[in-house]
Design a protein around this ligand. Structure first.
Ligand code: PLP
Length: 393
């Protein structure tokens, strides 16, 4: 492979750990049958692997509960194809005509669009503004909650500027207001600890292909034991086929059709890899690289930062623009001439661009991952320096 400097880990982490590839190859070649559809040994083994992965994910988001000796029902962890599908299931399964959703301007369009579709059908959505740095004041969530609010849904970490929101404070407000609380953990599952009980979270929506190091086509929802949600996709459970309506019990309530067996065993291996490396070690490494990148960029004439420069309450993502350039052109030059891969434009999050001032053209986003090195950061800085020098001297 041509030498590249991959700094687009917020889109998907790349590469994945070797163990993920090895596990998929080994498991899928020896056990790639349809789980839950027959009683043969292979199907049982496949089912066992899936149940084991549900359990690992349930533990990941419920540490305080497990540590206190209580059980978390693994069947309330359901698999989907990605975070977008999870967020659609959450919005569609909790919101009816006349209901109100509170969310934020930091959201990905996998929240904005389902919420807007619901609004078009007679629900209502409030988008809470963060401060200029990109942090939401939890009290603004409280102010936005009304009698008919049924769901507060918050992006844990921005995929544009990396700001991390205070889930504990928001969850407390949701509990006091009797409103279900959903967290979009697309950028934080596997990156930062998330504790459903401590933060009063009803639904954690996760994707498998970013910080959990699984393959694309994996994701899910961890549903709290007292959370209420209706199923909105039906059929293909492989059990009780004579029943005319979809099953109410978890995980079937939110799962329909054959699961992504190869993907889920890869996801399971990704979670094991995080446990082996230590989530905080991975995070520390990424934040060291982010700090180095940020410091270097700050010294380059013509580079503008958008969102916070704070390294606290942050993940390894930053957004810049370069004066006299369209962000899309910067991304293309970095890629074609320097092999530096970033992501440009709106990053599926138009409202936060509107809020921070990057408008319709968006930004150039750099996002680090565990396989990045200081050399990668040096390469990226040298490239940005040369690009900026062309038009900003
Ligand atoms: C904050 C956020 N939410 C949701 C998504 C959607 O994730 P997926 O690609 O798994 O559908 C993304 C993907 O970039 C994201 O960054």
């Amino acid at each position: 492979m041509e030498r590249i400097t991959y700094l687009d880990n917020a889109a998907t982490t790349f590469p994945k750990p070797d163990i993920v590839h090895d596990t998929i190859r080994n498991f899928y070649s020896t056990c790639g049958v349809n789980p839950g559809r027959s009683g043969c040994d292979l199907a049982l083994k496949a089912e066992e692997m899936i149940q084991g992965t549900r359990k690992k994910i349930a533990h990941l988001f419920n540490k305080s509960l497990i540590d206190s000796g209580k059980a978390k029902d693994p069947n309330r962890t359901v698999f989907t194809l990605n975070a977008t599908m999870s967020l659609n299931l959450i919005v569609n399964g909790t919101i009816d005509r006349g209901d109100h959703i509170v969310t934020t301007m930091l959201e990905h369009d996998s929240v904005i669009r389902p919420a807007n579709h619901k609004s078009r059908e007679g629900a209502e959505t409030t988008y809470v503004k963060p401060d200029p740095e990109g942090y939401v004041n939890p009290e603004d969530i409280r102010k936005a909650i009304k009698k008919n609010t049924r769901l507060v849904i918050v992006n844990h970490a921005s995929n544009v500027i990396g700001t991390v929101q205070d889930l504990k404070a928001i969850g407390k407000i949701c509990k006091e207001s009797g409103v279900q609380f959903a967290v979009d953990a697309a950028q934080t599952a596997g990156v930062l600890p998330i504790d459903m009980a401590e933060c009063n979270i009803s639904f954690v929506s996760f994707t498998g292909h970013k910080g959990l190091f699984g393959p694309t086509g994996t994701g899910g929802i961890c549903v709290a034991d007292d959370a209420e949600i209706a199923g909105t996709i039906y059929g293909g459970t492989g059990v009780r086929s004579a029943q005319p309506y979809h099953l109410e019990e978890f995980p079937y309530r939110l799962e329909a059709g054959t699961l992504n067996l190869a993907g889920i065993c890869g996801l399971s291996a990704g979670i094991d890899w995080i446990a082996q490396k230590g989530m905080d070690n991975i995070y520390r490494h990424e934040m060291e690289l982010l700090a180095m990148l940020q410091e270097g960029l700050e010294e380059i004439k013509g580079v503008r930062f958008w969102g916070t420069k704070s390294l606290a309450n942050r993940v390894g993502t930053l957004s810049i623009t370069i004066d006299n350039y369209d962000p899309a052109d910067v991304g293309m030059i970095l890629d074609v001439e320097y092999g530096v891969i970033t992501r440009t434009g709106l990053h599926c999050a138009p409202l936060i661009h509107e809020h921070i001032g990057t408008g319709a053209r968006g930004s150039v986003r750099f996002s680090v991952g565990p396989f990045n090195t200081k050399e990668h950061i040096d390469t990226a800085l040298k490239a940005v320096r040369e690009v900026a020098a062309d038009r900003c001297s």
